[in-house]
Ligand binder design. Structure first.
Ligand code: ZN
Length: 143
């Protein structure tokens, strides 16, 4: 898979030094477990939602560099954001995977733009974002 050098560096940095990797001690978090059987990626996303904000987010997972770097970026990007902003980001990320030009306030995410040329890997990149959508849905139900 050929990705632009700079983009590849950003992805590998998140893969090797994942942000927000871990688990919350308290049970005041929504937990979403998702996997991507085509690649063997697994993610367990935890979100603390308060007053309509993603107060904090963490994840555990195993899989390829695309899926785990995406989870690292996503959790970093949505922290402190309102739920509708986080959903908008997930929407924008879907656009990015369709080859649309999208800018993110959290610029590292744009490093994943090249993935849209590799249809088999799109599911890797979107796994964390799908978990985010589910997490938001669940936290809205429980309010
Ligand atoms: Zn994968």
């Amino acid at each position: 898979m050929q990705l632009d050098d700079l983009y590849r560096r950003v992805i590998m940095d998140h893969y090797k030094n994942p942000r927000n990797r871990g688990k919350f001690e308290s049970d005041e978090a929504v937990t979403i477990d998702l996997n991507n059987p085509t690649c063997g990626d697994k993610i367990s996303l935890q979100m603390q939602v308060e007053d309509g904000l993603v107060k904090n987010a963490k994840f555990l997972g195993e899989g390829c560099s695309i899926s785990l770097s995406s989870a690292s970026m996503m959790t970093d990007a949505v922290k402190g954001k309102a739920l509708d902003e986080a959903l908008k980001m997930a929407e924008n990320f879907s656009g990015l995977m369709k080859g649309e030009t999208v800018e993110f306030e959290y610029e590292d995410i744009e490093a994943l733009s090249g993935v849209n040329k590799f249809p088999a890997r799109i599911k890797c990149a979107t796994l964390a974002w799908n978990a985010l959508r589910k997490g938001i849905e669940q936290s809205q139900k429980s309010e």
